[in-house]
Ligand binder design. Structure first.
Ligand SMILES: Cc1ncc(COP(=O)(O)O)c(C=O)c1O
Length: 472
């Protein structure tokens, strides 16, 4: 295992030992490629509310929250209690329908404006695969449009152009040709995809003009949360709604991050645009593994009549549904209170990060909405942008080196956010006023420390953003 160049060997001494032990039997020491890319030697001990502890005894205010599911923080008591009670009542799995199906279905369709009928799945990856298959079946067309820099899970059908290394000369000019995100993905899956630029109407208009009869759907994160956090420009989601409709294609919102987070009804409630199909995971289970996809009654009829196949031994298991019932009940009954915390503290931290960086003379862009945001630090030669509108701009603007330095300076002050420079920050309903104050105090100190370190050693960014081991 490599030594962290900014923290040194001793900081995670226990973690390093445990990680080495894990790596002897678990390939790479982590069971997700996304976790491996964090490059940080930290093993988890326990979490409580907005905080967690590593096995070296460090305590952190958590702004990563298990990649987002922990919308109520670590160990949410009501959800855990509800799951225990449900297991005691039902066991864990039956594969027969039961009351929980009805209860979660009713809560879900009440909260989410565009979902008349839904199906449960086990992960966001599965839900998105199911949504794309449904769109292809409904339209009878083969191709799905995705945005460069988006992430829709790790399936062969979608892990394309997620974080392509556009610094490489042959990938630099924008092209609708998808780039595989892993070795081992058959090229043939790429033939069923086209790549557009988020927030760039022209890139999509061109695709529809050339391939209009072949496009089944535009699959989009309504707020693109996998290249930092990128907000839709005013009118952009409405444009997506109109252009898909006018070409007879479907609009799929991947709400795996935004669902039950931007509002109880997700991005479609908060931003006011209703897709034909939407996918959910993360916040829906508050840490328990559950996902879903759903949409208009007309489109979902193909699932209802079993003309489109979707399944899974573990779909709609007791644990998942009991968790979702508790989560949705909480969101329905305490909506105002919960979103006052998520929106209010979210905005305070964003504002505080901006101020801290400005006071230290660090150029950055902090952007986000409600409980999710990102901070992009400017490279010395970064273009003069006031906001990031797509993956390419994120690339052109961001200094990975400065992000790393700020990340480790915050970590040493007890604030954890994901160390990967394009992975967003989340806040939970468990975060408190004192967490916010401690975070902003840490941010002021960390920004000054980073500014000082840059005077001593200017930013040196790597020449490539490719993830280790991923050939493109
Ligand atoms: C927008 C989006 N879609 C899909 C997925 C895949 O979800 P899962 O990791 O549950 O398979 C993710 C995961 O981070 C995501 O952010």
């Amino acid at each position: 295992m490599s030594t962290d160049r900014l923290l040194g060997d001793a900081y995670f001494a226990q973690s390093r030992q445990l990680f080495e032990r894990i790596s002897r039997t678990i390939a790479g020491g982590e069971s997700s490629y996304a976790r491996l890319k964090k490059g940080l030697e930290l093993c988890f001990d326990h979490g409580e509310g907005s905080h967690f502890w590593d096995i070296d005894g460090h305590e952190y205010i958590d702004y990563s929250l298990g990649y987002g599911p922990l919308i109520f923080g670590h160990k949410p008591k009501r959800v855990i209690q509800a799951v225990i009670e449900a297991i005691e009542r039902y066991g864990t799995i039956s594969t027969f329908p039961y009351e929980l199906d009805a209860e979660v279905g009713e809560l879900f369709t009440e909260l989410v404006p565009g979902v008349d009928l839904l199906r449960f799945a086990n992960s966001g990856t599965e839900a998105t695969m199911a949504a794309a298959r449904l769109a292809r079946a409904y339209t009878g067309r083969p191709k799905i449009v995705q945005m460069e820099g988006a992430y829709h899970g790790w399936a062969d059908t979608h892990l394309w152009s997620s974080h392509p290394d556009v610094w490489r000369p042959q990938l630099r000019p924008y092209s609708p040709r998808p780039i595989p995100g892993s070795r081992g993905i058959p090229e043939v899956y790429g033939e069923a995809l086209l790549i557009a630029q988020y927030n760039d109407r022209e890139s999509l208009e061109r695709l529809f003009a050339e391939h209009g009869n072949e496009i089944a759907a535009v699959l989009v994160e309504p707020v693109q949360c996998n290249s930092g956090v990128i907000l839709p420009e005013p009118g952009y989601l409405e444009f997506l709604r109109e252009i898909t409709r006018s070409y007879g294609a479907l609009l799929i919102f991947d709400e795996v991050i935004t669902g039950f987070r931007l509002a109880p009804g997700g991005a479609q409630e908060r931003l006011g645009v209703i897709p034909d199909i939407a996918t959910y995971a993360k916040a829906l289970g508050a840490g328990f593994p559950i996902a879903a996809f759903g949409g208009s009654r007309e489109v979902m009829q193909l699932e209802a009549t079993n003309q489109v196949m979707h399944g899974g031994t573990y779909t709609a298991n007791v644990v998942a549904l009991a968790a979702a019932r508790a989560v949705l009940t909480e969101m329905k009954t305490r909506r105002d209170e919960l979103w006052a915390v998520l929106n209010g503290f979210g905005e305070r931290v964003r504002e505080g990060l901006r101020e801290a960086c400005e006071a230290a003379g660090l150029r950055c862009i902090v952007q986000g909405i409600g409980p999710v945001w990102h901070i992009f630090f400017a490279k010395p030669d970064a273009p003069a942008l006031d906001r990031i509108r797509n993956y390419r701009e994120a690339h052109a603007y961001t200094s990975i080196d400065i992000y790393d330095r700020f990340n480790r300076a915050m970590l040493r002050r007890g604030v954890y956010f994901h160390p990967y420079h394009l992975e967003r920050w989340f806040i939970s309903t468990a975060h408190s006023e004192s967490d916010v104050q401690a975070t902003l105090q840490a941010a002021h100190e960390a920004a000054l420390e980073v500014a000082q370190s840059l005077r001593e050693q200017p930013a040196a960014d790597p020449a490539s953003l490719a993830m280790p081991g991923i050939a493109q």
